[in-house]
Design a protein around this ligand. Sequence first.
Ligand SMILES: NC(=O)c1ccc[n+]([C@@H]2O[C@H](COP(=O)([O-])OP(=O)(O)OC[C@H]3O[C@@H](n4cnc5c(N)ncnc54)[C@H](O)[C@@H]3O)[C@@H](O)[C@H]2O)c1
Length: 388
Amino acid sequence: MSNGIKIHKVGIIMNGVTGRMGTNQHYIRSILAIIKQGGVKVGDTEVIMPDPILVGRSEIKLQKLAAMGQNIRYTTDLDAALADPQNIIYFDSQTTSRRADGVKKAIAAGKHVYCEKPTAVSTEKAYELYQIAKKAGVKHGVVQDKLWLPGLVKLQTLIKEGFFGEILSVRGEFGYWVFEGNTGVTPQRPSWNYRKEDDGGIIVDMLCHWRYVIANIFGNIKSLTCLGATHIKERIDEAGKPYKCTADDSAYATFELDNGVICHFNSSWDVRVRRDDVLTIQVDGTKGSAVAGLRDCVCQHASATPRCVWNPDIDSPVKYADGWNRVPDYQEFDNAFKIQWELFLRHVVKDEPFRWGLLEGAKGVQLAELGIASWDKRAWVDVPELQA
Ligand SMILES: NC(=O)c1ccc[n+]([C@@H]2O[C@H](COP(=O)([O-])OP(=O)(O)OC[C@H]3O[C@@H](n4cnc5c(N)ncnc54)[C@H](O)[C@@H]3O)[C@@H](O)[C@H]2O)c1
C-alpha cells in the first residue's frame, strides 16, 4: 500500500533480454514503458508494477540495460533467479532452440511463463510444453503481437461492422530486403535466422504468426501448401565472416479455411518494398475490400469500385491508389507487445482471461512444421486439431 493505492509488485525473470526482441520490444517498449507510466492500473486504487530481473551471460550488457531504468535487478545466475519466490513470472526471448528447456525449468520452479514464438522447434515439444504447464497449473502466454497492430485492429473493426459482405480471399505480403552484409550495410537480422542448424528459416519464423493472425481474424485453417526457397546462398555474419545460408529465406504459402476463405501469404527477406508497408494484408469481399499495413488501413466499398479493363495501349484512366479511403483512428494505439504484456500481467495478478497461451503457441509451431512438410512432399497437407 502507498497513498491508499495497492501495488502488486511482480518479479519477472527476463531471459534473452540482451537480444533484439528482448531488448527493444519486451524490455524497453513494454516492461520499462509500463514502469515509467506508473504500472498497469487495474482499478482506481490498484496497480500492477513489474519488477524485472534481467538474465543473460554478459554482465556488461545487462548492466547497460539495467541503467536504462531505476533499481533494475540483473544477474548471470538463472538458477538463483528461479529460486527466488519473489519472481513469479519467467519470460523467455532466447533463440528458439533454447526456449523449451528454459520454459520447462521455469514451470518446474513453479513460475508462470510468458515467451516468444516459436515456443519450440517441433509440434511435439511445443504441445508437451502446453501439457506440462496445464498439469502444473501455472499461467502461460505466448507472444502474438500482430493481433494488436493498429492496422490489423482496424481490419478487425471493418469485419465487425460487416463492411466486407462475404469475405472471399486474403493476400498477405510480408517482407523486405535483409542486407547480406557484403556491401558495408549492416544486416538487420541475426545470422542464425539463415542457418537451419541453428533453427533459422522464414517458414518457422513467419508461419507461427500467420496461424494466429488467420485463426483470430478470418477462420480456422483446414489445409495448406507451402513452397520455401533459399534465394540468397551466402551472407556475412556478425563477426564479418561469410557463411552458407542453409535455411529458407522465402515462403509462398496458401491456406484453405473451413469457411471457404482462401488466404495466400508471401513471406520473404529478399524483396524490396513497393507497397504501403513491410506487411500488407488485402482482404477482398463481395461488398468491399481493404488493405491493412502495420498502422494504417485503407478500404474501398463496392459502390466506389472502378470498372477496370485491360488496355495496355493507353495510360490507365483509373488512378487505382486514389479510390481508397483511410480507416480513421478510432482509438489511441499503444505498442502491440506492451498491450499483450499488460493483458498477461492482469491475467496473472487479477485472473482475467487470457487466451493466447502455450496451446496457441503449439498451433503456430504446428503450422510451420506442416509448411515444411508440404514443401518437402510438394503436396497439400491437412491441419489436424491439437486437443485442449
Ligand atoms: N514476435 C516477433 O515478432 C518476433 C520477431 C523476431 C524474433 N522473434 C523470436 O524471438 C526470439 C529471439 O529473437 P532475436 O531476433 O531477439 O534473437 P537474438 O539473437 O537477437 O537474441 C537471442 C537471445 O538469446 C540469447 N542466447 C543465445 N544463445 C544463448 C546461449 N547459448 N546461452 C544463453 N543465452 C543465449 C542471446 O544472448 C540473446 O539474448 C526468437 O525465438 C525469434 O523467433 C519474434
